[in-house]
Ligand binder design. Structure first.
Ligand SMILES: [Zn+2]
Length: 356
């Protein structure tokens, strides 16, 4: 905007030029008129010239001084409005970044936990779990974005990440598929162990307790066999002795669970007791099965462990990229990358106001 002094200068110059032009025009007109007509007209011209100088000059100069002041006032009002709007938009962006986006990026967890059998067998990768339930009733969770109080906030964050860090966002979507596939393999293995155990037990004449009535001391509980085989074959347990590693196979049947219920509480041992109560062949058959099954589960779990390690590594890389976005904002004052449908229009308006 032009400064007041500049405006005044140009207004004054314009007024002076205007008056000089008028005076020249009058002088010229008066001179010509004087050549042909009555001399009274000279007097008229003189009056006009005096009026022009006495009235027009102060008036013109007054306007030349006042108008720029009004212009400046008006300019200041507009400038103030623009500054206020600029600050307002900056405030919106700050709130959007600090209250909507960053807290979610920070709590976007991708933790894994070891398998547990507290209240049922659970296997977790990237904070997503599969839960074992017999007869193909196992359930698989899904890798999902964190919950937000308002679903629109999650939509905004998704837009920022997909546009701002597209490589990392692709990694996240890839992880969803990999986690689903990995947990699918886990459940397939649970089903396979269950089927194999059921078939073997039926062949050996060991009947599963159906869960009704009082639990007998001698019983074959499929669920617990699957759980025991699975947890005991976890590669992270190292190469120690496993519950199925009964070597050498005793020549005479022995009782792992005493008739009074004391002794080993392992369900595999209960099953062995049940087999031993039949005859030596049944016991040997069951032990062979548990041995070979244990080794097979162990091999499957070793392969799954390699896969889950790769998934966890990718998950951590994704998490690191989110932490980097939050860190860049908080310490280096780098805005959250890209824009979304919420902040896009604020950014456009800010740009029109000369902001970034
Ligand atoms: Zn946004």
């Amino acid at each position: 905007m032009m400064a007041v002094s500049q405006l005044r200068y140009w207004f004054t110059v314009s007024v002076v030029i205007f008056i000089l032009t008028m005076l020249l025009a009058l002088a010229y007109y008066g001179y010509n008129y004087n050549s042909y007509t009555a001399p009274t007209s000279n007097l008229l011209d003189l009056r006009l010239a005096i009026t022009l100088i006495v009235v027009e000059v102060p008036l013109g100069l007054g306007i030349a001084w006042l108008v720029p002041i009004l212009f400046e006032r008006r300019g200041k009002v507009i400038e103030k409005r623009m500054t206020d709007r600029y600050d307002e938009l900056k405030g919106y962006l700050k709130k959007h970044s600090e209250e909507d986006i960053l807290p979610v990026l920070k709590r976007w967890t991708v933790d894994s936990a070891p398998s547990t059998i507290f209240g049922g067998l659970r296997y977790t990768v990237l904070s997503v779990s599969a839960y074992y339930a017999p007869k193909r009733q196992s359930s698989i969770g899904k890798l999902t974005e964190p919950n937000t109080s308002n679903p629109n906030i999650l939509a905004d964050i998704t837009e920022h990440l997909s546009k701002g860090v597209p490589g990392d966002w692709r990694k996240w979507n890839g992880l969803k598929i990999e986690v689903a596939s990995h947990l699918g393999k886990v459940v397939d293995e649970w089903n396979r162990i269950e089927d194999a155990t059921r078939t073997e037990c039926q062949e050996l004449g060991l009947v599963e307790w159906d869960g009704t009535g009082q639990e007998p001391l001698e019983r074959c509980t499929m669920t617990r066999i699957v759980e025991t085989l699975w947890v005991d074959s976890d590669p992270s347990r190292g190469s120690g002795k496993h519950v199925w590693d009964i070597d050498p196979i005793p020549k005479e049947p022995r009782l792992w669970v005493k008739p009074d219920g004391s002794g080993s509480r392992e369900d595999v041992h209960r099953l062995l007791d049940l087999a031993a109560s039949r005859n030596a062949e049944t016991l040997k058959g069951l032990m062979r099965f548990l041995n070979s099954e244990g080794i097979e589960v162990r091999t499957t779990r070793e392969n799954l462990a390699i896969e889950s390690t790769a998934i966890e590594k990718e998950g951590q890389e994704f998490r690191t990229s989110l932490v980097a976005v939050a860190d860049a904002y908080e310490r280096l004052h780098v805005p959250v990358p890209a824009s979304c449908s919420t902040c896009g229009r604020w950014l456009v308006e800010l740009k029109s106001l000369g902001g970034a």
